[in-house]
Design a protein. Structure first.
Length: 249
């Protein structure tokens, strides 16, 4: 579904990604771990088309299409979704109107008619249950006045509504208590099927105990230097990243 080959990327003239190779099949969950500054969030930004980053080498194919040739909005329409580490507030824009516009723009891209008001409200009601999102939150402005846990839960709700083929969760566990993390993880797990895939970016194995990855990668200095199963995350939690730094020295 996703194939990244020898991906290099810079920001402000500084090279951050130095040759990423990554292949993800439908149905798989891949975790990406690594110390601060290793390039984890840069990778997610490049995949979704953040214009601040320049790809200088390599290729990215998504569902057989050249992802790097697409505009950011077309990447979203093709099935990419990014859950931000720090979700932004959008005052004055209600969640209902925000999601209705997103859903119908996606349908328009695929040549489908917009949902009627009744169809949309029924869909919202169904998907709110996935992440136990209070109906009062969905009627407020996007993320305005939300706690950290509510913002993350709201993003998983958006993911449930949009049903992306590739969901990138960039440190979704940041700032969450155990209860909020479990609700978010349960939502992600319920949305998992054989036709979609996920990239989970995290520092800790606690989230990975709830969202069981098929593959764990360690990113260091812009390259994937270790790949393994769930046991690799446990080893990192136990030993930290110093042993990886020593191996790469």
């Amino acid at each position: 579904m996703l194939e990244v080959k020898d991906l290099h990327a810079t920001i402000g003239g500084k090279e951050i990604l130095r040759g990423i190779n990554l292949t993800i099949a439908p149905g798989e969950t891949h975790a990406i771990m690594g110390p601060n500054g290793s390039g984890k969030s840069t990778l997610s930004a490049v995949l979704v088309g953040n214009p601040l980053y320049e790809v200088t080498q390599g290729s990215v194919t998504f569902r057989g299409k050249d992802l790097l040739a697409m505009k950011p909005e077309d990447r979203a329409h093709e099935g990419l979704f990014l859950s931000f580490q720090y979700p932004v507030e959008i005052p004055g824009v209600s969640m209902t109107n925000f999601m209705k516009a997103a859903i119908n723009e996606n349908r328009k891209y695929h040549g489908m008619p917009p949902l009627s008001a009744a169809e949309f409200l029924k869909l919202m009601k169904e998907k709110r249950k996935v992440v136990q999102l209070d109906s009062r939150l969905s009627s407020r402005s996007v993320n305005e006045g939300f706690s950290g846990g509510e913002k993350k839960r709201n993003e998983i709700f958006q993911m449930a509504m949009l049903e992306p083929e590739l969901a990138i969760l960039d440190e979704t566990d940041s700032g969450l208590d155990v209860d909020a993390m479990r609700i978010v993880a349960d939502g992600v797990n319920l949305l998992r099927n054989e036709h979609n895939c996920r990239i989970v970016i995290t520092h800790y194995d606690r989230l990975l105990e709830m969202i069981r990855p098929d593959v764990v990668h360690v990113l260091y200095k812009g390259r994937i230097v270790k790949t393994g199963g769930a046991e690799l995350a446990l080893l990192i939690q136990e030993k930290g990243y110093e042993w990886i730094k020593e191996e790469q020295a």
